[in-house]
Design a protein around this ligand. Structure first.
Ligand code: GTP
Ligand code: MG
Length: 203
């Protein structure tokens, strides 16, 4: 898919105030610092569209970006980060849960996982939570440039094995990306394009 426009629309903490247009929406979620905002910039080809930082906890709101005037990308705060309240650190922030359970436009969630890490409890619990709410999701492994191609594929297969050992009978779609090297850009955008096409055909 070619990106012809990508614009910031609004930030807020309340799902009730998110944009009303009934167009397909994709949200990026994952632990703080995993590279959600960087990936949005890489996919849209705009370096500073979403704010990024070396320090965890940069994104604190629900941020809507309108792409090609007919779909939304959503940048969310990380879950499980210590700067938020103790209670939120253990669970997922309430407005994140509200966003995922109430946002009708949401078509697919992308759960971002740092490719260097083995399966972490909080990510597994979040995927399980998406499953119980029947929210379709795909996994995006980030920061692939930090590993050699061989180590990368070994790491991904062992991660997927851990997922199968957890609660999943079938594996979700997954992508290997690097925002630093622009890896995986076409794969993620083509996946979104396929879903958008189905959405607009069924209108
Ligand atoms: P929060 O908003 O705090 O939840 O973080 P985030 O998930 O949006 O992460 P962000 O995009 O701000 O990136 C965090 C750090 O990781 C920054 O220093 C980025 O430069 C770095 N980073 C992100 N993606 C990549 C990548 O693909 N490769 C490398 N090497 N670094 C990356
Ligand atoms: Mg961010």
């Amino acid at each position: 898919m070619k990106i012809s426009s990508a614009k910031f629309v609004m930030s807020n903490t309340d799902v009730a105030h998110c944009p009303r247009e009934p167009i397909p929406e994709y949200a990026f979620i994952g632990r703080s610092n995993v590279g959600k905002s960087s990936l949005i910039n890489m996919l849209t080809g705009q370096k500073n569209l979403a704010k990024t930082s070396g320090k965890p906890g940069k994104t604190q709101l629900i941020n809507h970006f309108k792409i090609n005037n007919n779909w939304f990308l959503v940048d969310l705060p990380g879950y499980g980060y210590a700067r938020v309240s103790k209670k939120d650190k253990k669970t997922f922030q309430k407005y994140i849960r509200d966003y995922f359970s109430k946002r009708k436009q949401l078509i697919t969630a992308f759960v971002l996982i740092d490719i260097r890490h083995s399966a972490q409890e909080i990510d597994l619990r979040f995927m399980e939570w998406l499953g119980t709410h029947q929210i379709p999701f795909a996994i995006i492994f980030t920061k692939a440039d930090k590993m050699s191609p061989k180590a990368r594929s070994e790491q991904v297969s062992s991660y997927l094995k851990e997922l199968l050992a957890d609660v999943w009978e079938a594996l979700p779609p997954y992508f290997i990306t690097s925002s630093a090297k622009h890896t995986g850009r076409d794969e993620v955008l083509d996946y979104i394009e396929g879903i958008n096409q189905q959405f607009y055909q069924n209108q």
